[in-house]
Design a protein around this ligand. Structure first.
Ligand code: G
Ligand code: G
Ligand code: NA
Ligand code: MN
Length: 252
């Protein structure tokens, strides 16, 4: 399996990059940035993240990939902070990470090493963290929130028995999966699902971010439904660090 070896080498060589996609509030304020990993293979060109993340998951390389992403994202956050750009960054973590012993402490140590306050880091998890060992996952998540790291529940609505999970997970934000957002303006059932999700999240004290917002009409519907922030190509696609810096500066 050539791709796994190549990914391992790319991580060792620092050849995997992070791009950043903004989450913005309806008043235009930047709520944060999501770090999204990008790998350009020397021969194959761009490898879709879904593809190499699946490989990392199944091969046991995932903890290493996550360490790499956290390291790279925190170095970037520290750089931005030193330039007066105090924007929180969200990193996607996999169920495997949450089940790695010592994960919460390792994240806290990494924050300290970069001089980044915990409040500047958010971790995006999915409901899948509860599939394997819910108690271990709950302990790790409690450890992370205890350190001041904010948790966000990604891809909401695509898992199973979502309400039970929502009650059990110490998250402060819920991201509505883009499969519900994409056709919001034309599909009344999707619109109802989003309305109920926003209301449910708010009744539990969570912020709601809608993913995959591509047009003005969807933006307006989400604003009217009381959603807190949006992410999507309408605002910006994921950008390399230098472009993100320029984007942040242009926003004032
Ligand atoms: O831009 P997009 O193609 O980046 O992302 C595809 C999928 O890969 C999404 O499900 C996204 O959450 C996931 N993903 C992107 N970056 C990372 C990462 O650094 N770690 C993990 N675990 N998943 C990521
Ligand atoms: O699973 P996760 O939610 O982290 O996945 C984010 C994925 O969604 C990434 O692949 C990212 O590039 C993609 N994405 C971000 N904004 C949009 C958008 O407006 N439209 C579409 N189709 N995809 C988007
Ligand atoms: Na995500
Ligand atoms: Mn998502």
């Amino acid at each position: 399996l050539g791709l796994l070896g190549d990914l391992r080498r790319a991580l060792d060589a620092g050849d995997v990059e992070l791009h950043y996609q903004p989450k913005v509030r309806f008043d235009g304020e930047v709520a944060g940035l999501e770090a999204l990993v990008r790998w350009v293979h020397p021969e194959r060109g761009k490898v879709p993240p879904d593809e190499f993340i699946a490989i990392a998951e199944s091969s046991g390389l995932m903890p290493h990939l996550t360490e790499y992403v956290l390291e790279s994202a925190l170095a970037q956050v520290a750089r931005w902070r030193s330039q007066g750009l105090n924007v929180p960054v969200a990193v996607n973590v996999s169920p495997r990470d949450v089940h790695t012993p010592g994960f919460a402490g390792a994240v806290a140590a990494r924050l300290a090493r970069h001089g980044v306050p915990a409040g500047a880091l958010q971790l995006e998890i999915t409901e899948h963290v509860l599939l394997e060992d819910p108690q271990r996952a709950a302990d790790t998540l409690a450890g992370l929130t205890g350190h001041g790291v904010k948790m966000s529940l990604d891809d909401f609505g695509t898992g199973y028995s979502s309400l039970v999970h929502l009650r059990r997970l110490p998250v402060s934000e819920l991201k509505i999966d883009r499969s519900f957002v994409a056709r919001l303006a034309v599909d009344t059932e999707d619109a109802e699902i989003v309305r109920c999700t926003v209301d449910l999240a708010h009744s539990l004290g969570l912020l709601v971010v809608a993913e995959g917002v591509e047009d003005d009409e969807t933006w307006e519907r989400l604003r009217d439904l009381g959603c807190d922030a949006v992410q999507g190509w309408l605002v910006a696609a994921a950008m390399p660090p230098s472009e993100t810096t320029a984007w942040l500066r242009a926003r004032g």
